[in-house]
Ligand binder design. Structure first.
Ligand code: PEP
Length: 246
């Protein structure tokens, strides 16, 4: 039985004071034990320590990105080991903003996935198609290529201790959510791509998830939770998403 996982991607939002306040509200709301989901918070790098210091029992720490390199002269980069030092357990890799704005291709994303896994972090691998790709009927082809780039590395137990997030690019930050049926179709396809590991791997949906649409998405058999951007910055809304799987 796969547990529901809800991960917050705070992106480059907020201040230290904002992060502290949001955490107080999240801890209070989530520690009541009423929400059955696992919860991960991925703050901006400089606030990892702040969040790690204030995180409650009900919440785990994640990063939004990491370097594919273990250490060295890579100005501005952050390694998996550094994230572990701060208590991170998860790292998002291949978010569509990293792919489109910072030129991360499938091979680099796969290398980041390997770096995270090799160090003992749980990668949250983001995959998903653009609007043009969906309209051209290429959704499954694009997602398969993104997954196969990781498979090609031949890592031991490639999909063990790993999470996949299906995030259609056209649904991220736009207010346009994929319908539960559209998301389910791709989630089921991804699960098939993972082979034997498919039945155990958590596959999250991401793209304008809100309190109002989380429950209908989570009700689909292959949707195991959500990666949440905008709505994760509002405590009450995010707590409702975390509890939507109950
Ligand atoms: C995201 O950035 O991963 C995301 C899903 O954003 P939003 O929820 O704002 O669409």
């Amino acid at each position: 039985m796969r547990k529901t996982l809800v991960a917050a991607n705070w992106k480059m939002h907020g201040t230290k004071a904002f992060a502290e306040q949001l955490l107080v509200e999240l801890n209070t709301g989530l520690e009541s034990g009423e929400c059955s989901s696992q919860v991960v918070i991925c703050p901006p790098y400089p606030y990892l320590g702040v969040v790690a210091g204030k995180i409650g029992q009900a919440v785990m720490l994640g990063a939004q990105n990491l370097s594919e390199q273990p250490s060295g002269a890579y100005t501005g980069e952050v390694s998996a080991e550094m994230l572990l030092d701060f208590g991170a357990r998860y790292a998002i890799v291949g978010h569509s903003e990293r792919r489109s704005l910072y030129g991360e291709n499938n091979e680099l994303v796969a290398a980041k996935y390997a770096a995270a896994k090799g160090a003992g972090l749980i990668p949250i691998l983001c995959v998903g198609e653009s609007l043009e790709e969906r309209e051209a009927g290429k959704t499954l082809e694009v997602v398969a290529e993104q997954i196969q780039a990781v498979v090609a590395l031949g890592l031991p137990d490639t999909w063990q201790n790993a999470v996949i997030a299906y995030e259609p690019v056209w649904a991220i930050g736009t207010g346009k959510t994929a319908t539960p049926e559209q998301a389910q179709e791709v989630h089921q396809f991804i699960r098939q791509q993972l082979g034997e590991a498919g039945s155990k791997t958590q596959i999250l949906y991401g793209g304008s998830v809100k309190a109002a649409n989380a429950a209908e998405l989570f009700a689909k058999p292959d949707i195991d939770g959500a990666l949440v951007g905008g709505a994760s910055l509002k405590a009450e809304e995010f707590i409702q998403i975390c509890c939507a799987a109950n």
